[in-house]
Ligand binder design. Structure first.
Ligand SMILES: [Fe+2]
Ligand SMILES: [Fe+2]
Length: 220
């Protein structure tokens, strides 16, 4: 008694009331994801479901459609089941051109390839959901609120460790910061991580960063 559990950034405070049709759809996506990952990628499955919860919660806080956020969260890592080599080959087959050898950007491809595969598998998915899935790895100029919610949820869902960068994003959410600022912190924190760990930095990411940095300066 007297021990108050600290709420964290993604904690769900009550579920939205979904229609019967929406509940059935969520059950189906989750069921198919389980089938796809349960045995081969149990951690990825847990992460995906955690992103779904987190995205739904952020959507409620930031006035974004919680159903779309939850669906995108469930499905965002749909293509993470493939080994990198296979994933690069799939991206080549789909004609994805990022202006650099796709081997260099292999970890970024699964968002884009997933959107293509999911469109075929679940034709009822909205383009807004598919775009959020597609953009969750690389971000983009002009991210929509849904895109940002899914991107941020992917970065801060509670199964992720509380590193300095992630803690900073969680703190902003807890403080009720604007979604654009939360996203900026998440995006630039990811960039810092790439640089700090000596990884290859995709030039397209630098372009997006510069565009957003200038837009943010102009709006001040
Ligand atoms: Fe991902
Ligand atoms: Fe993810």
């Amino acid at each position: 008694l007297g021990h108050k559990k600290k709420r964290h950034a993604c904690e769900n405070r009550g579920r939205p009331s979904y229609s019967e049709e929406q509940r059935a759809a969520l059950k189906r996506y989750e069921g198919e994801l389980r089938e796809r990952m349960e045995f081969s990628k149990p951690k990825r499955l847990a992460h995906s479901l955690s992103v779904a919860d987190c995205a739904e919660r952020l959507a409620l806080a930031y006035d974004v459609d919680p159903f779309e956020a939850r669906v995108a969260g469930i499905l965002h890592d749909w293509d993470k089941v493939y080994p990198m080599r296979v994933e690069v080959a799939r991206a080549r087959e789909q004609g994805i051109d990022l202006g650099v050898d796709l081997e260099l950007v292999a970890p970024l491809l699964h968002g884009m390839t997933a959107a293509t595969g999911l469109r075929r598998r679940f034709p009822e998915l909205s383009e807004t959901v598919l775009t959020a899935v597609s953009r969750h790895t690389m971000a983009a100029r002009n991210m929509t609120p849904l895109d940002m919610v899914v991107f941020v949820a992917d970065g801060i869902e509670p199964l992720r460790p509380n590193t300095d960068g992630i803690a900073a994003v969680r703190k902003l959410v807890d403080e009720g910061a604007a979604l654009e600022d939360v996203f900026w912190s998440s995006f630039s924190g990811g960039l810092e991580y790439v640089i700090r760990t000596g990884r290859y930095l995709y030039p397209g990411t630098v372009d997006i960063y510069n565009d957003m940095a200038l837009a943010r300066q102009a709006s001040k």
